[in-house]
Write a protein that binds this ligand. Structure first.
Ligand code: SF4
Ligand code: SF4
Length: 107
């Protein structure tokens, strides 16, 4: 798990609008990052999806992770609608980073 977290910090937090100048997260204690919160589920979905199609994996992430998230109600998520969820905002980089770690391209 640590290797994924480290890679995500380098590749996703570094481009995240919620990171500070030095790449550290600026969310306060009342806010949470869906990438950190649901990381085991995210990895599981990516590992169990037999497809390279990013949109397909993105949909599976929504079907699996968003249903467990308190921010979603009746299929709608106010954070996603406001582009305020890191998982939704950076799903492409998140998937790519996890796949690169699995392929040994990021250590
Ligand atoms: S919100 Fe999540 S992805 Fe963004 S900097 Fe914080 S921990 Fe990283
Ligand atoms: S898009 Fe919404 S429901 Fe899905 S993980 Fe992000 S905050 Fe949660």
């Amino acid at each position: 798990m640590d290797k994924y977290l480290k890679a995500l910090k380098q590749n996703v937090c570094s481009i995240c609008v919620d990171s500070g100048e030095k790449g550290s997260c600026t969310l306060n204690e009342k806010e949470s990052c869906a990438v950190e919160l649901f990381l085991p589920r995210i990895i599981e979905v990516i590992h169990n999806t037999d497809s390279d199609n990013m949109q397909e994996i993105h949909q599976k992430l929504k079907d699996t992770v968003c249903v467990e998230c308190r921010a979603q109600e009746n299929g709608n998520c106010y954070l996603r609608e406001d582009a305020n969820c890191s998982l939704d905002r950076y799903f492409w980089s998140i998937i790519e980073t996890i796949q690169k770690v699995d392929a040994g391209l990021i250590i």
